[in-house]
Design a protein around this ligand. Structure first.
Ligand SMILES: [Zn+2]
Length: 431
């Protein structure tokens, strides 16, 4: 069994001024606690939730005796997470600050601090007692309720001051049964494409992540420069323009769509997804060309980690097993001859033994496949019985398998499954 979790965001109805001001006070106290704790955690190096709680609980209770005691717990959890990710950024040299900045506060609630009443309202424990808040359910919310997901005991709330509402983050959980895999579906993720190999046929999905991230980065910088000149560095109009850009950018977030296509393909065939075990740094020399450290970090996150994480989460949801293999040499060795492939700067390489041509991403997929078959790791399902009986599992000799089916983004962005490839004639099968 596998546990899948999903966060669903609902908005409360508009709250009366008096009620909303209770939450403003609550947020103020909570922010204070998190600020103190995060500073303490970073300066002392004590970032574990349990240690923070053990050291600071009494002090917090003394400071805010009217606040339900469990806020001291959740503030410790919140601060511990913030301190950890801050120290990580610091280590990577991605921040110049001494302490984490607590700009946005979301109040963490545990099972003592909130409960659901029926299906459209919750009660929240505050320094003024329990407050009932109605929320506006939407389609997505009902979908989780109706499909057997259960509400987890933790939730979060955020204040929308302009609208005098609460934004409520509900967490749903579900146990998903994992199947016993009948084969492997390797996935190779690159800066601008994702390749998969399904029953010997390679597909290359173009993602243009690099272009998207770069475009966003330059547009953001242009807005900043323009508004700084017009209204000064801290203007409200600038913040608004940047927020708008961010929202628009989120819509371009194509990773979920892609993850859905990949995981569904595996799910329908009862295959295990094979992914590269990602290290902490960008593989090879892929994105070294960007001097800007933050930009490099962002492209890396968006292309590798982002897509990989989306696939992992989707796989958990459907109970599709994921198997990780060591990425070493996956694109350098010819899958047929086990000899080196030379690329000369392009994505098409030549095998040094057989002289045949290979597309780099196809090579990577095949090698991931073989590594998984070889049980290059500890949790591999037994490869015996997965290979076709005639002993020649893949038609590597034919050129068709060397060329991936290239699928452009505008096309696959409209798909729900890989089946669409067969129905669509506008896909090029050569490179
Ligand atoms: Zn070869």
């Amino acid at each position: 069994m596998n546990r899948a979790t999903r966060t669903v965001i609902v908005k409360s109805t508009r709250l009366p001024r008096k009620v909303f001001s209770v939450f403003i006070e609550l947020e103020g106290m909570y922010r204070n606690m998190v600020e103190q704790l995060a500073m303490y955690a970073v300066s002392s190096g004590i970032t574990s939730f349990t240690r923070l709680k053990a050291l600071k609980y009494r002090e917090l209770r003394k400071q805010y005796p009217h606040l339900p005691s469990h806020y001291a717990y959740t503030a410790c959890q919140d601060a511990s997470t913030r301190a950890k990710s801050f120290l990580k950024l610091k280590k990577k040299g991605l921040t110049d600050r001494e302490y984490p900045e607590i700009r946005n506060v979301t109040i963490w609630l545990d099972d003592h601090l909130w409960r659901i009443n029926g299906l459209t309202s919750i009660s929240i424990a505050t320094h003024k007692g329990w407050v009932v808040v109605e929320f506006e359910p939407h389609k997505q919310y009902w979908r989780y309720i109706n499909r057997g997901w259960r509400l987890a005991s933790e939730a979060k709330i955020k204040l929308d001051r302009k609208e005098k509402r609460l934004i409520i983050y509900l967490v749903f959980k579900k146990e998903v049964e994992e199947y016993s895999p009948k084969g492997y579906l390797p996935v190779d993720i690159n800066e601008n494409s994702v390749a998969l190999l399904v029953d010997g046929v390679a597909y290359l999905f173009e993602t243009d992540v690099e272009k998207l991230v770069l475009g966003y980065y330059y547009r953001r910088r242009r807005i900043q420069e323009k508004y700084d000149k017009l209204y000064g560095v801290k203007s409200r109009t600038k913040r608004k323009a940047l927020r708008k850009l961010k929202e628009r950018n989120r819509k371009l977030d194509i990773k979920w769509k892609l993850a859905n296509i990949v995981v569904r393909a595996a799910y329908e065939k009862h295959y295990t997804i094979v992914l590269e075990k990602l290290g902490k740094n960008p593989p090879g020399n892929m994105i070294k060309k960007f001097k800007d450290k933050q930009l490099r970090h962002r492209i890396y996150q968006a292309s590798f980690k982002g897509i990989q994480k989306a696939i992992e989460e989707k796989a958990r949801e459907l109970g599709v097993p994921v198997f990780y293999v060591d990425p070493k040499y996956t694109s350098k060795l010819c899958p047929t001859h086990n000899a080196e492939i030379t690329y000369n700067g392009s994505r098409i390489g030549k095998c040094s033994k057989g002289n045949e041509l290979w597309h780099r991403d196809v090579v990577a997929c095949w090698n991931l496949f073989f590594k998984a078959l070889g049980g290059d790791g500890s949790i591999a399902p037994s490869p015996l019985g997965l290979l076709p009986v005639d002993g020649s599992p893949m038609p590597l000799g034919s050129t068709a398998t060397h060329d991936p089916t290239v699928v452009k983004k505008p096309l696959w962005a409209r798909w729900k499954s890989l089946d669409a490839t067969n129905k669509n004639k506008s896909i090029s099968t050569s490179i």
